[in-house]
Design a protein around this ligand. Structure first.
Ligand code: NOJ
Length: 722
């Protein structure tokens, strides 16, 4: 480890080019063809060959060997001996993949998130990663946006809790430990507010909405000690984030006092020209640097223009040194000056990745993230079932790890058919694809075989969903039903055998209105990762009991998007669960305005009964608390877990309040027939919001507390804040 003084001395001995090099990040492939002239990716990027030796960081390399090769070459040529730093998107696993973040959110289990992230951190660090571009905590209400798979959905509290859990797990107590990674909160800010759910699209939101819903999760992650932050691609109220002074200077620097490293998103500084807020890269670089963006990922604004901008007096050398010091401090905290590989080696990578222990954790995670959306009693299946028909494009599909699966490979995933065959070796399992999951599939020639197999089976499992590359970056959809012919397939097969259940593979909430009435049960696996098929089997046959609850509503129709449980009261509210239209009220003709499945929904094979919701006082003072208790009984012979959810409604306030707002939850495990009293504490700070003047305060008055979720509240209690 170097002292602050030594880092300072290092900066003092660096040339201007060497300093700027520390602020530049290129893809690993740029370094692999640097021998003579810049060619291939380096040429396209505009990376000057003479500049490459001083570049201080890289992303997207292939494992420990490649990282070590690039690091060695760099150190051999660098007179200052400053190691490069290697970054990657370790979103839901490195080689062993656990469920997508939207699924991890549904677990309501921050310990599980920590456990899985720790596993990812170990694998990634062994494979050469030193900083992960995680957590992604963009608040999202529109399921058309493909990147909802990376978020925890429509509740800021959950996004913040799960983001902070990832930071604790990645960073550990000591960043220099060979199992720890630095983290980068993203995408600051409101990337998930893209108009019409189209990725990279314009974001226009009021300051109140931004502060109340979008910003809190980023702040929670910075409070948890994240080392870096990444401004988002989108324009926010007219100005792209990386050049947005209000966001970067007023909020991030002045209000939040962030003292870590800011890195642009991929080519985002170059995109300032495409956004049309300047016509040249030099200005773009100046705007971003002025906004406190210390590092530039994959565009050449800093490389080409920062020196000139300093020489022209636009920036001072002290400003440059401050940015360089932040980067060097991060390298130092990671221990790179002592071990430039941060403990990585291909031997360690091979030993730790996909180990039986990691696979077991991935299975547990996939079980805990799955959400039972519907069940008429067909699930769990009897393990003695003789003839099982697995029908649909995901019946024997290995591509179930989901988007952003880092170095995970489809070939390592367990399919549903493999999982069921392993669990029930005596069953006769028939697999029929029926059709593909592609949106433009027109070929129904597989339907007849699917129906025949359904007729001959004791039980049918319909395995349907979206291909894994229909969600994630750049993969927005305008129609979020089951793609292609799958709805027709489900209907025909379900009509042929009523003893059926549907297994869903998806990166987003889908519109299932058309299929849900046809099937006996829907078990949503999300994209479950490496052990998806084994987890699906244990859930289907009751070896595991579903306990997930969705953190993003499943709309009834795409026209309801954006739809979210915590929406503000309107002057013409009309909750119509059925398709009853009321004129001059806020509702739709022919659809109702509730989602098909709301935030907080998720069934279990156990039967949880809520009784006796009590509060110990109906008055709350600013420095006091109210204790709320509810008794929950597992009225079944099956052990299970229940997420007990506490919501509040501020009845009258100077700015319109949401009709319901999650303020606390507890996931509790119950033995068969066990009763537990769940206790929540309600304090004044949990009731604060942005008032009419956009100040964060609570206002005295009446509040309701509710236990349950959405329109399924078991009890309400009223109290007064004085
Ligand atoms: C672009 C994505 O928006 C961001 O999330 C990611 O970290 C970078 N590319 C690097 O892969």
């Amino acid at each position: 480890m170097k002292t602050q003084k030594e880092l300072r001395a290092l900066i003092d001995q660096m040339t201007m080019e060497e300093k700027i090099g520390q602020l530049v990040q290129y893809n690993a492939n740029v370094f692999t063809d640097t021998s003579q002239e810049a060619t291939g990716p380096a040429a396209e990027l505009g990376a000057k060959p003479e500049f490459l030796p001083v570049v201080g960081s890289s992303l997207n390399f292939q494992g420990a060997d490649e990282m070590i090769r690039i690091q060695d070459e760099h150190l051999a040529g660098d007179r200052n001996k400053i190691p490069m730093i290697f970054m990657m998107d370790v979103i839901h696993g490195f080689r062993t993949i656990f469920p997508i973040p939207l699924g991890m959110g549904a677990s309501f289990d921050e310990k599980l998130v920590e456990e899985c992230t720790r596993m990812a951190s170990k694998e990634a660090a062994a494979g050469g990663v030193q900083v992960s571009f995680t957590p992604m905590v963009d608040y999202a209400r529109d399921a058309r946006w493909g990147r909802v798979m990376e978020t925890c959905g429509e509740e800021p509290l959950i996004n913040g809790i799960m983001g902070a859990a990832q930071i604790r797990a990645f960073q550990g107590d000591d960043l220099s430990s060979p199992d720890s990674l630095g983290t980068c909160v993203k995408h600051f800010a409101a990337y998930g507010g893209a108009e019409a759910g189209r990725d990279y699209n314009t974001v226009e939101i009021s300051e109140r909405l931004l502060r109340e819903y979008y910003l809190p999760a980023y702040k929670a992650c910075l409070d948890a000690g994240a080392t870096m932050i990444m401004p988002s691609f989108n324009s926010l109220n007219g100005v792209p984030s990386v050049a947005n002074k209000w966001l970067m200077k007023k909020v991030l620097r002045d209000e939040w006092g962030f003292d870590g490293v800011v890195i642009s998103d991929y080519y985002a500084i170059g995109e300032l020209v495409l956004h049309g807020i300047t016509d040249n890269l030099k200005d773009a670089a100046a705007m971003a640097f002025d906004c406190g963006c210390h590092m530039e990922m994959m565009s050449v604004g800093y490389q080409s223009h920062l020196k000139e901008l300093i020489e022209e007096g636009k920036f001072t050398v002290e400003q440059l040194d401050d940015a360089v010091m932040r980067v060097l401090k991060l390298k130092n905290d990671l221990g790179l000056f002592d071990d430039p590989y941060h403990g990585a080696s291909s031997a360690k990578e091979a030993a730790v990745c996909l180990s039986p222990e990691h696979r077991a954790l991935a299975k547990k995670a996939a079980e805990k993230c799955a959400v039972l959306l519907k069940n008429n009693g067909v699930l769990p299946l009897d393990k003695e079932t003789k003839r099982i028909a697995l029908i649909g494009p995901f019946a024997d599909e290995k591509a179930i790890k989901g988007f952003w699966a880092c170095c995970g490979e489809d070939k390592d995933c367990v399919t549903v058919a493999e999982g069921i065959r392993a669990l029930c070796p005596d069953a006769e399992v028939t697999v029929v694809k029926g059709c593909s999951a592609l949106w433009d599939d027109k070929d129904t020639s597989g339907f007849a075989e699917a129906v025949k197999a359904a007729e001959a089976a004791d039980t049918v499992i319909l395995c349907v969903g979206e291909p894994q590359n229909y969600s994630g970056e750049g993969n927005s959809r305008a129609d979020i039903g089951l793609p292609g012919l799958q709805t027709a397939l489900v209907k025909e097969v379900a009509a042929a055998n009523a003893n059926n259940a549907m297994l869903l593979f998806t990166g987003r909430p889908l519109v299932l209105t058309d299929v849900e009435k046809s099937v006996g049960a829907i078990l949503n696996m999300w994209f479950p990762g490496t052990e998806g098929g084994s987890a699906a089997a244990s859930l289907l046959f009751g070896e595991a009991n579903p306990s997930g609850k969705i953190t993003m509503s499943f709309p009834k129709a795409v026209g309801q998007c954006p739809i979210y449980y915590n929406h503000p009261s309107t002057g013409r509210a009309k909750q119509t669960p059925e398709e009853v239209h009321q004129i001059y009220a806020s509702n739709y003709i022919g659809c109702g305005n509730l989602p098909l499945y709301s935030f907080g929904h998720g069934l279990s094979y156990s039967n949880f009964v809520y009784e006796g919701f009590e509060i110990d006082s109906d008055t709350l003072t600013a420095d006091g608390k109210i204790t709320a208790t509810v008794t929950v009984t597992n009225d079944s012979d099956r052990a299970g877990e229940e997420v007990v959810q506490l919501y509040m409604h501020d009845l009258f306030a100077s700015a319109v309040r949401p009709i319901q707002q999650l303020i606390a939850f507890e996931k509790a495990a119950f033995a068969p027939h066990e009763t537990k009293t769940i206790t929540f504490e309600v304090r004044e700070d949990m009731l604060r919001f942005y008032n009419a003047e956009c100040e964060f305060v609570s206002e005295p008055g009446d509040f309701d507390l509710m236990v349950g979720y959405a329109d399924h509240f078991a009890f309400t209690k009223r109290f007064k804040l004085v």
